[in-house]
Design a protein around this ligand. Structure first.
Ligand code: NI
Length: 158
C-alpha cells in the first residue's frame, strides 16, 4: 500500500471525466488499497480515483468508521433535499453549503465485480453525491448555494 498524491483543483486534470472499470483485477485492488491509505491519512470522508490521478469510475467513502468502495456507481434514485457544508481534499477553499438530495439509492460494484445496491441518507448521501460529481469533473465549489432560512446544518464534511 502507498499514499498517493492528491490532485489539486488548480490542476485541470481534476475536471476530466472518468471511465468505467472493465477489469476487476489486482491493479484495481491496489488502487483501492492506496486510496484507503490516502484517505485515512488525510482524514477525509471520501476520495475519488480522479483525485489520485486515475480516471476510473471508482470512489470510496469513510463515514463513522464505515468504509465502502464503489466501482462504476450510478445514483438511481434521489429524494428530498439537505444543505450541509462541504469541503474537499482537492480544494483549499472554505467549506460551504451545497444542496443535495436527502436520500439516495446507489447501484455499484464491489472490488470483485459483484453488484450491490445501497439506500442511504444524510451525510452518507452527501458524501456519495460529492464523490459521484468528481467522476464527471464537478466540484462542490461549482454548487455552492445559500440555504433557505432554517435549513442550514452546521457540521462540516470533507
Ligand atoms: Ni471532493
Amino acid at each position: 500500500m502507498a499514499i498517493r498524491e492528491i490532485v489539486s483543483y488548480t490542476d485541470k486534470f481534476i475536471r476530466k471525466t472518468s471511465k468505467p472499470v472493465k477489469v476487476f483485477d489486482e491493479k484495481l485492488w491496489e488502487l483501492l488499497d492506496d486510496m484507503h491509505e490516502t484517505l485515512n491519512v488525510s482524514q477525509g470522508a471520501g476520495l475519488s480515483a480522479v483525485q489520485v490521478g486515475v480516471l476510473k469510475n471508482v470512489f470510496i467513502i469513510n463515514i463513522n468508521g464505515m468504509s465502502i468502495e464503489f466501482i462504476n456507481p450510478v445514483i438511481i434514485k434521489k429524494s428530498g433535499e439537505q444543505y450541509k457544508k462541504e469541503g474537499c481534499l482537492s480544494v483549499s477553499e472554505p467549506f460551504n453549503y451545497v444542496k443535495r438530495p436527502k436520500k439516495i439509492t446507489v447501484k455499484a460494484y464491489d472490488r470483485f465485480g459483484n453488484p450491490f445496491m445501497l439506500e442511504c441518507e444524510d451525510w452518507t448521501a452527501v458524501c456519495i453525491c460529492h464523490e459521484a460529481d468528481h467522476l464527471v469533473g464537478v466540484l462542490y465549489i461549482d454548487k455552492i448555494c445559500v440555504p433557505p432560512l432554517g435549513k442550514e446544518e452546521d457540521e462540516d464534511c470533507v
